[in-house]
Design a protein around this ligand. Structure first.
Ligand SMILES: [Zn+2]
Length: 495
């Protein structure tokens, strides 16, 4: 079975066929770095990360580019706030640093390039010039707009007709435009502070860049690039004129991605992206969302609270093409499932290392379960990256491992070896969980620290400080460490 994906461009499920049969060019519409990333952003990242990992698993060489939008009035508006920085560039830098940390914490594969808008002004201006020369864009009062009526396919991604479209952009620029749906490629400097204030207060998420931060020279005026043009310029520079997969949040289909398609295809005459994949949004339960949840709604707080693996488990438990609900219940369900998965893996490893594990002992049920998990997982992932079903397949293997270990006196070494290998390949390499490794290190450290406290307690006892010795034991018990005194000294069990 080969990979098929749901292409927003056609609204259809299509077999995945990249331009070069051996490699995949992937662009992810990245973060506007005006705040800390939240779990909604992490949902886009983690699903894109798993797509990347699955494509590599299928044997493709993946080139992955993800931009940072570091030119935006929402960033400029935060200059001078707390310790974020004195100007737009410094604020952007602060949030890029934190974003990279978040990405590492979530165990995301690194992209090949993380281009930034502020470093691509020459490419952006070149692209706008091409569009003006070819008659797709026009200058008006120092700003440049894309003329949507010149591009026949305008509306094909979001499935709309130009005649029925709402006006794009801000009220005050309408007079400069030929058609209300035309959108800005370049914005002349000189917009009033009032307009910036108004924009700052508006809850529009897709901001068209307003000149309130840095400005650059251009053939039309000193100003700033419009938002949409950046992704076309950066994608073309780092991946070429036609890419295989363009991924982004569902909220970006219109106008951002529609505009990317129009300006890119108008400029090159070629198809811009073969497949448009959109990650459905993370929805909260509105008013019902508790303050405890809000506390870790940012990626950094969620990872600190739940651990990266549980966060990944939560985000992957609903496939990218379906909306996901964020609630106390769905989060705690994910924590439980992560504990089941990591517990199953640990049990398989322990049994494998047990001296009673033998190659000559065969448990057909376990071996068949390994094969079924592999087949189910593969068919789920090839079915438009269905991570929900892929996780279910892995958890079936946990059930089989538990049954084997519970029922058997002697373990099937070969069966367990295959199970552990499968957890590592599918759970680790493809779904990006950290199985075993780190936890093992943490457990060893915890054991060493408990030993240290017990040695101190022994010292107190020998010195006759029984009260102090008992207090140390009680402190350990309060942490969940089960301390037992035996004839041969103290023994303990970690929680
Ligand atoms: Zn974009």
């Amino acid at each position: 079975m080969t990979l098929s994906v749901t292409n927003t461009l056609t609204g259809e499920r299509e077999p995945f066929e990249p331009g070069d049969p051996d490699s995949v060019l992937l662009y992810y519409c990245g973060l506007t770095v005006s705040d800390y990333a939240h779990l909604g952003h992490a949902r886009g990242w983690v699903h894109t990360d798993v797509m990347h990992r699955w494509l590599e698993h299928l044997g493709y060489d993946v080139r992955h580019v993800e931009n940072f939008t570091d030119v935006n009035e929402k960033i400029a508006a935060r200059a001078g706030e707390d310790d974020l920085g004195e100007d737009e560039a410094e604020v952007a830098r602060t949030f890029i640093t934190q974003t990279i940390r978040d990405m590492r914490d979530l165990n995301l594969l690194r992209a090949d390039v993380y281009p930034r808008v502020s470093e691509h002004l020459p490419e952006i201006i070149d692209l706008i010039e091409t569009l003006v020369e070819a008659g797709y864009a026009y200058e008006s009062n120092g700003s440049v707009y894309f003329d949507v009526t010149t591009f026949d396919d305008y509306g094909k991604l979001s499935n709309q007709r130009v005649e029925e479209m709402e006006a794009q952009g801000e009220e005050e620029e309408r007079g400069d435009k030929r058609h209300p749906a035309d959108f800005a490629l370049w914005k002349a400097d000189g917009v009033s502070e009032d307009a910036i204030e108004e924009h700052r207060d508006s809850d529009t998420d897709y901001a068209v860049s307003r000149p309130s931060g840095r400005t650059w020279e251009s053939p039309w005026s000193e100003g700033r690039p419009g938002w949409h043009i950046e992704c076309s310029a950066m994608s073309m520079k780092h991946l070429g004129e036609t890419i295989d997969i363009h991924v982004g949040g569902q909220d970006l289909v219109f106008p951002h991605h529609e505009n990317e398609v129009a300006q890119s295809e108008a400029a090159t005459g070629h198809r811009f992206a073969r497949y448009w994949l959109h990650v459905r949004l993370l929805e909260t339960e509105g008013e019902k969302m508790s303050s405890s949840l809000q506390n870790f709604f940012t990626v950094r707080d969620a990872v600190a609270e739940l651990g990266a693996n549980a966060v990944r488990m939560f985000l992957l438990s609903t496939s990218y093409g379906n909306p996901q609900t964020y609630s106390d219940e769905t989060v705690s369900e994910a924590v439980d499932r992560w504990e089941r998965l990591s517990g199953g893996y640990d049990r398989a490893v322990e049994a494998l290392d047990d001296p009673d594990a033998r190659t000559k002992v065969a448990d057909d049920d376990l071996r068949v379960a390994v094969e079924e998990t592999r087949a189910d997982f593969e068919s789920a992932m090839n079915d438009d990256f269905n991570t929900r079903r892929a996780l279910a397949a892995l958890l079936d293997l946990v059930t089989a491992v538990n049954r084997h270990v519970d029922d058997r006196e002697e373990y099937d070494y070969e069966g367990l070896r295959r199970a552990v290998e499968t957890f590592g390949e599918l759970g680790g390499d493809v779904l990006g969980f950290t199985l075993g490794g780190e936890t093992g290190g943490d457990v060893r450290l915890a054991e060493d620290l408990v030993e240290l406290v017990l040695d101190l307690r022994e010292g107190e006892r020998e010195a006759g400080n029984y009260e102090r010795a008992d207090a140390l034991r009680d402190e350990l018990r309060a942490l969940g460490v089960d301390v037992q005194d035996t004839d041969s000294g103290a023994s303990f069990k970690l929680p």
